[in-house]
Design a protein around this ligand. Structure first.
Ligand code: DON
Length: 305
C-alpha cells in the first residue's frame, strides 16, 4: 500500500499546475498550489500516508456531511428534511438561483452552501458558544483528534468576504427556512468551514463513516448506523457538486470536497481516504486530488458500483 500511495502522488503532482487556488476567500491564496497528499486508514486501523501529509488546511465544505450527521442526531430525519431536500442540484456549490425559481424554496440538498447553512442553523445549543463547542467536539470524536480547532485567519477572511453566503442566508430567512439571527448562524457556519485538519483527520472521519459510524480505534459508536448511511449517500449524489455524476463513474467512492483542497472519501466496510491538493478545478474540487482518487480506486477496485 505504501509504495502504491507514493507512486500515485508522484504521478499526479504535475496536475496541480493545471488548477488554481480558491481566491474568493483571500486567506486561502496563501496555500502552496503544488502540495499533494493522501492518507488511507483501513478498518483494521492501519494508517498509510504519502506526499505533503503533514500540511494543515481548512476543512471547508468537507464539514457539510459531518454537521449533517449532527443535525440529524439533534433533530431527527423528518425535521431536517422538511427544510432541506435530498436531490442533486446540478448547480455550483454557491448558487442562489434555484432558491428563487423553485417553490417551495428549500435548498436542494445539504451539501450546497444554501443547504449547509440551513443544517448549521439546526445545531442545538443554548447559544452560539455552546453550539460551536458541541460541533467541535463532534468533529474531534469523528476524527479521533481532540486537538482540532479553528484557523482564526481563515475564519476572519471568510467572514469579511462571505457576502454571497450572506445573501443566501438572508433569502432563506425571508422564506422562513431558517429561524434566528442570520449573522449568528453565518458566524457558526464560517467557523465550521475554518476547522483546521490534515489528511489523516479526513481519512479517520472517512474510516468512521466506512464502518457506519463505529469508531474502530476506541470501539464505540459515534453516529447511528442509518445516519452514517444517509450521509454517505449524499456524498455519492452531491458530494462533488455538479461534478458528482462524472466522479461516480470515474471513482465510485462516496466523497466530499472542499475549497481548501481537501477531499474526504469513505469506502464502505473497507477504509477512509483523505486527500489534499489546494489547486482546484473550475467546479471547486481538488484537480489533482480527483486524479489521485481515480487511480487508487482503479488500482484497488474500490468503486462501490
Ligand atoms: O461557504 C463557502 O463558500 C466555503 N466556506 C466552503 C465552500 C466549499 O468548500 C465548496 N467546495 N468545494
Amino acid at each position: 500500500m505504501q509504495d502504491l500511495l507514493e507512486k500515485i502522488i508522484q504521478e499526479n503532482r504535475k496536475y496541480t499546475e493545471k488548477g488554481n487556488l480558491a481566491t474568493y476567500i483571500p486567506e486561502l491564496t496563501k496555500a502552496n498550489k503544488n502540495d499533494l497528499a493522501i492518507c488511507v486508514i483501513d478498518i483494521e486501523n492501519n494508517v498509510y500516508k504519502a506526499g505533503d501529509y503533514e500540511k494543515k488546511f481548512t476543512i471547508q465544505s468537507v464539514s457539510k456531511p459531518i454537521t449533517l450527521a449532527l443535525a440529524l442526531i439533534d433533530n431527527g430525519k423528518e425535521n431536517v428534511f422538511a427544510k432541506v431536500g435530498m436531490e442533486p442540484s446540478g448547480d455550483p456549490f454557491n448558487s442562489i438561483m434555484k432558491l428563487e425559481t423553485v417553490k417551495p424554496s428549500i435548498p436542494y440538498n445539504p451539501m450546497i452552501n444554501a443547504g449547509a447553512i440551513v443544517i448549521t442553523s439546526m445545531i442545538k445549543g443554548k447559544d452560539n458558544d455552546e453550539k460551536l463547542e458541541r460541533m467541535l467536539n463532534f468533529f474531534r470524536s469523528l476524527s479521533c483528534n481532540p486537538t482540532l480547532n479553528i484557523n482564526e485567519d481563515v475564519y476572519n477572511s471568510e467572514k469579511r468576504t462571505g457576502d454571497r453566503n450572506r445573501a443566501i442566508a438572508y433569502l432563506l430567512k425571508s422564506e422562513g427556512i431558517i429561524d434566528g439571527d442570520v449573522e449568528e448562524i453565518l458566524d457558526l457556519y464560517f467557523k465550521q468551514c475554518s476547522i483546521e485538519v490534515t489528511v489523516e483527520d479526513l481519512a479517520r472521519m472517512g474510516a468512521n463513516l466506512a464502518t457506519y459510524g463505529f469508531d474502530m480505534l476506541h470501539r464505540q459508536r459515534i453516529i447511528p448506523e442509518d445516519i452514517a448511511r444517509t450521509v454517505k449517500t449524499f456524498m455519492v449524489t452531491c458530494g462533488m457538486y455538479d461534478a458528482s455524476g462524472e466522479f461516480a463513474i470515474n471513482v465510485g467512492i462516496p466523497s466530499k470536497s472542499g475549497v481548501g483542497g481537501g477531499i474526504m472519501s469513505s469506502v464502505p466496510k473497507k477504509m477512509g481516504i483523505g486527500v489534499f491538493g489546494p489547486a482546484l478545478d473550475k467546479k471547486g474540487n481538488s484537480i489533482a486530488g480527483i486524479r489521485v482518487l481515480k487511480d487508487i480506486s482503479k488500482q484497488l477496485s474500490l468503486s462501490i458500483f
